[in-house]
Design a protein around this ligand. Sequence first.
Ligand code: NAD
Length: 499
Amino acid sequence: MEAQVAVKNQSKKNQKSIAVAVAPGDGIGPEIMDATLKILEAAGAKITTHNIQIGKEVYLSGELSGIDKAAWDTIRKTKLILKGPITTPQGSGYKSLNVTLRKSLGLFANVRPVKTYEPLRRSGAPKMDVVIIRENEEDLYAGIEHQQTQDVVQCLKLITRPGCEKIVRYAFEYARIHDRQRVTCMIKDNIMKLTDGLFHRVFKEIAQEYPDIQSDSQIIDIGSARLAARPDQYDVVVTSNLYGDIISDIVAEVAGSVGLAGSANVGRDIAMFEAIHGSAPDIAGSSIANPTGLLMGACMMLEHIGQFDVAGNIRQAWFKTIQAGIHTADIYDAVKSQRKVGTSEFADAVIENLDHQASQTTTTSERAKINIPFYNRPKAVKSLLGVDVFIDWQGSDADEIGDRLAKINGGSLKLKMITNRGVKVYPNGLDETYCTDHWRCRFGDMKIDDQGKKKYLDVNYDSVLTLLSAIDKAGFEVIKTENLYSFDGVRGFSLGQGE
Ligand code: NAD
């Protein structure tokens, strides 16, 4: 289905209308989408909408991804999506459509501006005007999970250099063109030295290219606590996928309501705009939902396509409505509010507050586009230094498995240590350490260097295969292996706790 949003403004006749794929979504989605499109139309947005159906109905028709080919085709043609919230049905097999869209379409940056608006600020709540820029494609959201033993399941956290470079550069470019003063990086690299360590290292490298913008880094635990308590001290925050997911909801809630914030999911060619909240099944169908989150997402979309004046007019009209005390139920306050309204009435009030004069003289303006250079992988010297062999063993005595593996004749690779859940238990473990059935056994070919330190020698993959065959013959069940590499002489694996 197609619909041309009417343009009231005669002077804009020659402006190109921009095609947008519109997915109303589930729950309150259709209600807030109707309200949003009504406002966009009244404000003179120059867009042509192409309706697509994604979400619950598509899931329940047997499409486990929640999206069919026709919707993919429309999205790839328009390269622009305005999306309502989606309900992911409970039960295994259904993949999150939001994650699928973000990752499949390369929407690497999730941008969530969150601001407090005076009439809505709860008494004592801090003021804020923060933008959370969250990496959107990798981290623990890769969705690679395995049960390896009876006791242990694993989720892979993947952080890549190209991914870090894209998101960090995007954050600095965003700060520059939006006149923001500071970018704060949030990581947990005191624990995850390789993954979060890479994110932090890339942040510090790229920050040097932006001397006009202040930069600092915080560990995510204290960073998110401070962000909740003193958000006025933050400007732009850049972080990885999971941390960003959590802190962006925290700031939205501290600002007043998750119903108020919009977000952009931006890629090189395609961008998707939405509210940050979900499908609110508890109020779906009762016409009381606040359309603001989606409306703010739509304003970000208009700015993305250069229709700044239309977006500005809508934002101003929305603010006037809020200031006049016309509030939906989620933000209604018996003291501050004047009138409690439903979704559609709220949209009508915003439309009444539009500056129709402004709409008639509007022109498309330009803001610098953010262009992220493609990643060039430099050549590195990669050396194989050993292997971590993960074994499912039902015993509980670390010395028993250690002594048996130490005796295995597996060529040049010798047992160096064993950890259980990352803690060294062999040799010289502590009796107090609890051991599961999941044993990580590290093998390498070691020599003592001039300073008396143990050093890994280069090995080849044949020696790994010889070792694995010997372990198998000794009656152990190998559940996975992880090769130990160095890159340009720098160790590419973490040490065991206590190693
Ligand atoms: P939710 O955001 O839908 O609702 C949380 C609470 O906020 C509810 O009480 C709800 O009534 C209220 N609320 C949310 N938006 C509102 C609005 N616009 N106006 C007034 N009140 C509003 O979160 P949930 O209940 O955890 O999730 C419901 C469903 O939404 C789940 O299936 C979840 O997977 C999905 N979800 C989708 C998205 C998305 O599509 N981007 C995001 C989050 C959750």
